[in-house]
Write a protein that binds this ligand. Structure first.
Ligand SMILES: [Zn+2]
Length: 284
């Protein structure tokens, strides 16, 4: 505890030193504290204050940005989009834990792979419900990784993902309320895989929900760049959408797969020219 209060006290000091010509070369973050390493090999603690402005989301039309109804991802997970801390504001809205069962697996590394959600036990025929009010962005078969899945975008910009369902009980563009049944599970898989995402980047759903009681942790929840630190090291994405300037070797490096694997999976050659917007499969 002492160490933490010291760190906070140092903050006001480092705010002054930022005016000097040091360049930050790296940061290591834990919760709302960051260690900033400068190019002159000095370092300082800073306390991150979530930028409340960045959390302002146009609630008049949540479908205005990247409303993709054909994939569980609207874009691709991208660590570059995690830099601004933000606050998810539930504004007193109704919430519902997505299933009745017990938490069987948490968010984090699991057998060498990143598990980007939590698993909640289901019995065959159990209902899966929307966590908050929102609009269904994706509903149906999504591929082998998520199986039958539903993605709901909520009015504060949060997206929730419900995967490994037996049956989808909602349609794309349908408005749903917190607690409304959107799917049924438990037969194909004995659990619901549940994710919380901001701009396609998954973070630990237990930041939002107490998985023991099913209650919302708080009405305003700060999300820090450090909540996405795992993305620096692991990217388990199944697909990459080609952007201007992309090369096969850079894509392979980013997702920790081989160039050969990308070529084989997509029927292209190493010398092929990548067309912008093309969806490349990364994993079998
Ligand atoms: Zn899972």
């Amino acid at each position: 505890m002492k160490r933490i209060s010291l760190a906070i006290a140092l903050c006001s000091v480092c705010a002054l030193s930022f005016s000097q010509a040091k360049v930050a070369v790296d940061t290591i973050s834990r919760g709302n504290l960051s260690v900033v390493i400068f190019d002159d090999k000095t370092w300082q603690y800073i306390e991150i204050q979530p930028d409340l402005k960045s959390a302002t989301i146009d609630t008049t039309d949540i479908k205005s940005e990247n409303w993709v109804t054909t994939s569980v991802y609207a874009q691709n997970p991208d660590y570059a989009r995690t830099k601004d801390a933000s606050v998810i504001d539930f504004g007193g809205a109704a919430s519902s834990f997505p299933a009745k069962g017990k938490l069987v697996s948490g968010f984090g590394m699991r057998s060498g792979k990143m598990h980007t959600g939590i698993d909640i036990a289901l019995n065959s025929g159990d209902a899966v419900v929307a966590a908050f009010d929102g609009i269904v962005r994706f509903a149906g078969w999504s591929g082998s990784k998520y199986g039958n899945a539903v993605v709901v975008r909520h009015y504060n910009g949060l997206e929730t993902v419900y995967a490994h369902l037996d049956d989808v009980k909602c349609k794309v563009n349908q408005k749903v309320n917190a607690g409304e049944t959107i799917g049924v599970g438990g037969k194909t898989s004995n659990h619901l895989h549940f994710e919380t995402r901001l701009k396609d980047n998954a973070f630990d759903p237990e930041i939002v929900f107490n998985a023991q009681t099913g209650a919302l942790v708080a009405d305003r929840i700060p999300i820090y760049a450090s909540n996405f630190d795992y993305m620096k090291f692991v990217d388990n994405s199944q697909y990459h959408v080609v952007k201007s300037g992309d090369t096969l070797s850079a894509i392979a490096r980013k997702y920790h797969v081989s160039v050969k694997q990308i070529c084989d999976l997509n029927g292209i050659k190493e010398s092929s020219i990548l067309s912008i917007g093309k969806r490349l499969k990364l994993r079998p």
